[in-house]
Design a protein around this ligand. Structure first.
Ligand code: PLP
Length: 457
């Protein structure tokens, strides 16, 4: 029987093969990621310190560096079943087009209305808020995927949701905004005049179109000053990587089912949640010395946190109200160039992935956005799926690696994370199709300006 017959295009798990626990990669790490610290006292933040901002159960997950597996509550598993298991797809058509001996697989997380992996953590965070008896949640959203996912989760559980949406996206992505409103969320452009920090930022930077860091500050302010509300974040945090481990656990189960061992695992990295989730069980094997996978993070050259950032304590937000996190960062003042359209524009990176990168377990590469859209287009035309620009960073490097295999004749097995679909990113595709997309790479001087403002500890 030919190999094509043995391995189906789409490997689906049966319902009873789906993971029922999340995997915590921190349990396998010999050196743990650095703790969040209080910006005033520089002391590590404990359970009580974080309670005004986050839900109790989520704080426990955030601070737990030792428990290897967490049971996924029944109600979350039931919700997951509406759109999971997600398929692991063998990219036969792309392989053929590239004429490569490499075997390419992608784990596709775009098969739900929110269009991305973010729903995996949104439902978990909303569930624990509901369990705690809270009325509602606040959050920020940039491009809108996280806000959309959280709106769906809050609608399902009957929670109120207030979203601060970066003003430029609020104006340029009216359809994203309407999806959130349809699911019952209230959406406010940020910086707004509804919060003290928003008023301050508007006064200091008249006409500003906002940033993620600024929207985070507003959402935290409203959560901490409103009875029965807490703040939730869609990436970066340890708890989000934990919830996203469902991606990696399913991928591993599907590969194991057919005896496939990947040589390389590739994912795009904004705040690090999809990559952290995809690699979670594989990274644990690598740390324990059982397997040796190449694990690669791909980031935009216009927002290169890993490849050009500093590993330092920094603010997670512009208003400097959040705890400090030790991470690879471009500085909380860094805002990517206005012509950057490919997403992944957060200034920092997950403390877990930052530690793994610093310890040499993880590689990182940066790619320019026109090459990302070329890869996206090639992928759409061969595999059929219109990929999110963020996901296309991983596609770009997977294609580059498969081309290298063609030169060397190596039959490597490459797995990458296809985090979502690009239907709300057609303005960016339009720019690319019209030949108007340009690449911008920040200069060392620009980065230095931002590094100079890092908090001094
Ligand atoms: C948010 C998002 C990302 C980047 O976030 P991570 O936390 O780094 O995973 C990547 N792809 C899609 C489709 C997204 O919505």
């Amino acid at each position: 029987m030919s190999e094509e017959k043995k391995i189906p295009y789409k490997i689906y798990l049966e319902e009873n093969e789906m993971p029922t626990k999340w995997h915590n990669v921190r349990a396998a790490m010999k050196d743990k990621p650095a703790p969040l610290i209080n910006p005033g006292t520089h002391e590590p933040m404990g359970f009580e310190d974080l309670r005004p901002v986050f839900c109790d159960e989520l704080i426990k997950q955030e601070l737990d560096n030792d428990t290897e597996y967490f049971d996924i509550p029944r109600e979350i598993l039931d919700f997951y079943k509406m759109y999971r298991p997600s398929p692991l797809v063998r990219a036969y058509c792309l392989e053929k087009k590239l004429d490569t001996p490499a075997k390419i697989y992608y784990k596709f997380e775009g098969n739900n209305t929110s269009g991305s992996h973010k729903l995996n953590s949104a439902i978990a965070q909303a569930y624990y808020a509901k369990e705690q008896g809270l009325k509602g949640l606040t959050t920020e959203t940039g491009a809108g995927q996280w806000g959309t996912a959280l709106s769906m989760a809050c609608a399902y559980l009957g929670l109120d949701l207030k979203v601060f949406m970066v003003k430029v996206s609020y104006e340029q992505k009216p359809f994203r905004r309407e999806v959130m409103r349809t699911y019952g969320a209230s959406v406010t452009p940020s910086p707004s005049m509804e919060t003290n920090i928003g008023k301050k930022i508007n006064a200091e930077h008249p006409g500003t179109t906002g940033s993620l860091g600024c929207a985070i500050s507003e959402a935290v302010e409203v959560a901490t000053s409103t009875e029965g509300y807490r703040y939730v974040l869609g990436s970066v945090l340890n708890q989000v990587l934990l919830h996203q481990s469902i991606i990696g656990l399913e991928t591993k189960a599907a590969l194991d089912k057919y005896g496939i061992v990947p040589d390389m695992i590739i994912g795009c990295a904004g705040g690090g949640s999809n990559l952290g989730g995809l690699i979670s069980p594989f990274m644990a094997e690598k740390i324990r010395g059982e397997k040796d996978y190449r694990i690669v993070a791909v980031e935009p050259a216009s927002c290169p946190s890993f490849t050009r950032g500093k590993y330092a304590y920094d603010f997670c937000d512009t208003g400097m109200v959040c705890p400090l996190a030790k991470m690879y960062t471009l500085g909380s003042n860094f805002i990517p160039s206005a012509n950057h359209a490919g997403g992944l524009r957060y200034h920092g990176m997950s403390p877990v992935l930052s530690k793994l990168y610093d310890d040499g377990y993880l590689e990182a590469v940066s790619v320019e956005q026109t090459s990302v859209f070329e890869a996206a287009t090639q992928f759409a035309r061969t595999e059929g799926i219109l990929p999110a620009p963020e996901s296309s960073h991983a596609i770009k490097v997977a294609i580059d690696e498969a081309k290298k295999c063609k030169e060397t004749g190596e039959e490597k097995t490459i797995v990458f994370g296809l985090t979502g679909t690009g239907y709300f990113d057609l303005t960016a595709y339009q720019k690319f199709n019209d030949g108007e997309m340009t690449d911008y790479i920040p200069t060392d001087e620009e980065l230095k300006k931002s590094f100079d403002l890092l908090p001094k500890l």
